[in-house]
Design a protein. Structure first.
Ligand SMILES: [Zn+2]
Length: 369
């Protein structure tokens, strides 16, 4: 065994080095390409990306569970085993110079592959021109007056949506029904905005719902399996908008404010009022939260103007957030903020709130919410 190893290893090592340089070159090309948003928009996001994502979804959609969630678990176990082996090797002092460099090389290669696959499968969408370009609207800085006008409209929309759901005995649809209605809603919005065509739909309940509550996520997109995961343990009124948001990521909208905005366009195109309620609930919280910093009296007045049943849901929502608040959640939020900053969203976690600017710009151009 050792004899063959000595014979093959140097060649193997050289080959590994050469292929690592090929990987570095490929990663450099991806990085350079990402600097040209017009190119990304035309050839990637509305070009090859559509084929890549539809192809992957055509496979993963047939799994009745989130295949990506299982992959993450398998990968986590694999990492633990690797780590144990490294510790064992250090303790037993079996680490040689060669095995050390080989391990370093393998780690570098792993990250290069991760970078390439992540970007080619989805990540380049962070660099596209996006929905502003497609709708010809430009989110800008807005005045407090404009923000107040927006929250007034949102209060009206929110109250109207809740009232049309009926009284406190209203039963929320099942998660499956919400997912099915999301697909219908995308079919509706596509009539107006053909680029929102949703082929090979693939929406899954997250297998990590409860831990997700502690980590603070309501849904996530898996760029490797092209599946949308929704944390279905969150309060029911949050699920419809979360689902339309995650599907927006699937359609190639990377940035959180864009996914929020596309999710909004779709939720309001639904004929199911629960989608309207869900989207206006969230948007009201974003906008009113923003208003609170500028004019807390006006923000409080807005809150008081909410329907009793909306207020009840606001309390449920707050309780939910407080119940699962913990130190880990705090660090995850910071980490995710850093991730967003590294991916073309300099405002980090505040990117979500930027949907307010989008709404104002949209209202200006289309005259309605
Ligand atoms: Zn998102």
């Amino acid at each position: 065994m050792f004899a063959t190893m000595n014979k093959t290893k140097p060649i193997h090592f050289r080959r590994l080095l050469i292929s690592t340089f090929v990987l570095i070159a490929a990663a450099a090309i991806v990085k350079i390409v990402s600097l040209y948003p017009e190119w990304i928009e035309k050839y990637y996001s509305t070009g090859i990306y559509i084929y890549i994502s539809v192809f992957i979804r055509a496979i993963t959609r047939w799994f009745p569970f989130s295949f990506g969630d299982v992959l993450y678990a398998v990968f986590a176990i694999f990492l633990v085993i690797k780590l144990v082996n490294i510790i064992k090797a250090i303790v037993r002092k079996t680490v040689t110079r060669q095995s050390f460099f080989l391990s370093i090389l393998k780690i570098i290669r792993f990250f290069l592959w991760l970078y390439l696959v992540f970007n080619i499968f989805w990540g380049l969408n962070y660099n596209r021109l996006g929905i502003a370009y497609q709708l010809q609207i430009q989110p800008e800085k807005y005045s407090t007056q404009e923000l107040k006008a927006l929250t007034d409209s949102l209060v009206m929309k929110l109250n109207f949506a809740r009232r049309s759901l009926g009284d406190s005995t209203y039963q929320y649809p099942s998660d499956k029904e919400i997912f099915a209605q999301t697909i219908v809603a995308y079919g509706n919005v596509e009539k107006r905005f053909p680029f929102l065509h949703y082929n090979q739909p693939c929406i899954k309940s997250s297998l990590y719902g409860k831990p997700g509550d502690y980590l603070g996520f309501e849904g996530y997109y898996n760029p490797f399996t092209a599946e949308s995961q929704v944390n279905t343990t969150i309060p029911a009124f949050l699920i419809p908008y979360t689902t339309t948001h995650e599907v927006a990521h699937q359609l190639g909208y990377g940035d959180e404010d864009e996914a929020n905005f596309v999710g909004y366009l779709t939720a309001k195109a639904s004929t199911d009022m629960v989608f309207h309620y869900s989207v206006y609930f969230d948007l009201f919280n974003y906008a009113n939260g923003e208003l609170f910093f500028r004019d807390s009296v006006a923000a409080r007045a807005n809150y008081h103007a909410l329907d009793t049943l909306v207020k009840r849901d606001e309390k449920i929502y707050r309780k939910f957030l407080i119940e699962y608040r913990n130190p880990v959640d705090h660090y995850i939020t910071i980490l995710y903020g850093d991730y967003l900053k590294a991916n073309n969203q300099p405002r980090g976690m505040d990117t979500y709130d930027e949907v307010v600017a989008w709404l104002i710009a949209y209202q200006k151009k289309y005259g309605a919410l």
